[in-house]
Ligand binder design. Structure first.
Ligand code: IPD
Ligand code: CA
Ligand code: CA
Length: 261
């Protein structure tokens, strides 16, 4: 199967799921708590039912990893990695920052990915080796090379109140070394915003493959650099991620290293 065919399908299901999110946005949500702050709404589940239904119908032998369901393992070289609603806390509060993320691997390598923001109607998309696009137009990372001028983004994991590994030291270090920091609540969009130059860098500690799979490919294809926090090689199985326009990457690794001391 060609990458562009996989991408066309990923975009189509991400758009369909985005329609579900948009239709239900602003309505009172029935919320179920997975943890003190970790919640899931009926809309996460409806979006997931739609996406997984479409994948199973079209690619019955493919594997699927999706946030709100047990993994469907398969001997197929293809595995879909899905976040049916990234930014669910925002969504539940009516804060307009959330998306659908659909990525697909072939033999463990990201082949295609789509991240769709249904409110702004922005479709971020990439296939391996052919660049990254927003609504069909090529995107690229920012040209900022001085961290002091960089707009950065991060997030805090759901165990932030319980764990000493809570990102506060890194956050403080970047408050002093970057221009400003945003905490927008959707890791997939954070990665796409670095990809299109709205953000210059992004880091976070405890993410899951569905948060990063599509955004990671989109950012790489937009010319960005993605590593672990210590600068070593990243893959979507790793919990920590450092993503940037490349130009400020070394300096960000240094700030993180110093903050650890
Ligand atoms: C969350 C968002 C958030 C990040 C959390 C994620 P969810 O995903 O991406 O930005 O800080 O760590 O879990 O739960 O809204 O799909
Ligand atoms: Ca997520
Ligand atoms: Ca989610």
């Amino acid at each position: 199967m060609e990458n562009w065919e996989l991408l066309a399908f990923a975009e189509d299901v991400a758009r369909g799921a985005g329609d579900i999110l948009r239709r239900n946005y602003g309505r009172q949500q029935k919320i179920h708590f997975k943890g003190e702050i970790d919640l899931v709404t009926e809309v996460d589940r409806e979006s997931e039912r739609y996406i997984l239904g479409r994948i199973r119908e079209t690619f019955p032998d493919h594997g699927i990893l999706s946030e709100e369901s047990p993994e469907h393992a398969s001997p197929s070289p293809y595995r879909w990695i899905v976040d049916p609603l990234d930014g669910t806390t925002n969504y539940a509060h009516g804060y307009p920052c959330f998306c659908v993320s659909v990525g697909v691997e072939r033999d463990g390598e990201m082949a295609a990915g789509a991240v769709y923001d249904p409110l702004l109607d922005e479709m971020y998309a990439a296939t391996a080796g052919t660049g990254a696009f927003r609504n069909g137009e090529r995107i690229g990372v920012s040209g900022i090379s001085d961290l002091r001028k960089g707009l950065l983004a991060t997030g805090f994991a759901y165990d932030v109140k319980l764990s000493a590994d809570n990102n506060f030291d890194y956050f403080k270090a970047f408050v002093f070394t970057g221009q400003a920091i945003r905490r927008d609540g959707s890791a997939a969009l954070d990665l796409c915003y670095v990809a299109c130059g709205r953000f210059d860098g992004f880091w976070e500690l405890k993410l899951k493959p569905w948060d990063t799979a599509a955004g990671y490919l989109i950012l790489r294809e937009a010319g960005g650099v993605v590593t672990r926090l210590d600068g070593s090689a990243y893959d979507i199985g790793q919990p920590d991620i450092l993503a940037s326009n490349g130009r400020i990457h070394g300096r960000m690794v240094e700030v993180l290293r110093n903050a650890r001391k």
